[in-house]
Write a new protein. Sequence first.
Length: 264
Amino acid sequence: MFIRMESIKIFDIKIDLISSKEINEEILNLCRKNKKEVIANVNINAMNISFENKKMKSFLNNAYINFIDGDGVNLGAKLLGLKTGPKVTYDWWIWELAEFCQRNKLSWYILGAKEESVSIAFERLNKAFPDLEIKGYHNGYFNKLNNGNEKVVDEINRLKPNILLMAMGMPAQEEWLLANMDKLNINVALTGGAVVDYISGEFKSTPDIFRKLKLEWFYRFLQRPKYLLRRYFIGNPLFIYRILVEKFQSKKEKPSVEKVLESI
């Protein structure tokens, strides 16, 4: 039986208020019924890309589940007077999911990241979850417009994994699925961004103190300052600005400085 999910909309994008355990059960249901769906992670970066990228927005609105991957989405919901939901981030959920899939005999294929990182991730998963069937993996650095892409698709279809774990980053992984999902013989595609780098240990999981302070983003920034500088220190304020504009436009009011400050 499928779970009836509660959802909200931000910037006309569906966001599901769903926990990690509920996502796990939905994945199992989809695999048992031999369905084919996308389960996507939504964070501030995804929202900002979708605001300007129609393909990304369409991808998310056609996904079976869009789960909350970051405190920023919940902050946006709160500012708009919407319900907030559970936060599910890959740095801890991937281990829970691996144990769940091992127990329920659901197979994986991993696609993305650098060759060294994905091979180390494969080895670490095999060691931690010896009965988890990882049917194969491939790095994310291949030509996606010629026979290199066909070879990857053919390999996935030959191996027939239940779950395709994508780790190409946004919006590359979403664009690849838009172009190839119809060709794939899988049950569930998961967009995971940097998930492989967390599994391999290249990126460290966020310490509890940063989680409690809702500063996971800052801990990630400390690990990759050059890569994340623009995303966090321009992207995060831009998201909040857009949220406040939407809030006041919906009330048909022009936002004054005082009203904006009162809403923060």
